[in-house]
Design a protein around this ligand. Sequence first.
Ligand code: CUA
Length: 307
Amino acid sequence: MGTFWMPEGASTMSGEVDSLFYLVYWISVVIFIGVVAAMAYFAIKYRRTRESYVPPIVHENRFLEAAMIFIPLILTMVVFTFGFKTYLKMNIAPPTAYTIEAVASQWKWDFTYPNGKQVTGELHVPEGKPVKVHSTSMDVLHSFFIPQFRVKQDVVPNRYSSVWFQATKVDSFDVFCTEYCGTSHSGMLAKVIVHKPEDFEAWLNAGDDRPLDVQGESLFKANSCNTCHSIDGSRIVGPTFKGLFGSSRTFADGTTRTADEDYLRQSIMQPGSEIVESYPNVMPASYGTTLRPDDVTKIIEYIKTLK
Ligand code: CUA
């Protein structure tokens, strides 16, 4: 069960991490209550009762001083010992772990499977098997965090980092970016979807036979386009997609153009090339390298349906 402090655990690591957390938590609670109670007691007992009162000189107490050194030392060594053991376990993936490649970019997660299958915004994994997520970043610092698995790992440009876990429940869980990475950091979400091993194999080997615009809608969400572009006509960071296709666009330099397929493709691949009037030039150019050409087509097909 989840608690006030932690969501319900769903990996083999969560029990150990929670035990450590609650060990430190309860030690802190006991020390906090002890310190506050002693402080209140002494404040009352040794309060100044007369104007002329001068307190006696207090000499050192070797026993108290030794206790103040050794009790915290023992407590910190206990926490360190358990913490270091868990740290090693978390950082060294079992050699049999199933490896999935992850690439972070502003503001999405792309996952590539050993058979070449690529998915954006959804990490599919088998239940009960160690999975290693081997990751890097296209642009800035990001951080890969699955709260219910109790794993978190910084994802850094120009270098690889990895994290591993073994899911214990068939369900879907949230993945957060937990390193501030720009305007849509809070929208840089993904789902980890845990399948039964045989269902995972089936998923891994299946193609996507949904209509292009429906696939486009999934890509629209998976790529976090929705954090800057509404589909209901409201204004957020960028222009709405509602009624976009076929409309006349006016740009910052006063020129106009009809929003046809070529315009939409150009706006995704080279977002800075034409800036719509009254909007900031903030869309990252990374979509031009991370979106595959057929993904761009699917997103355009989806935009066409938003009348
Ligand atoms: Cu990526 Cu925050």
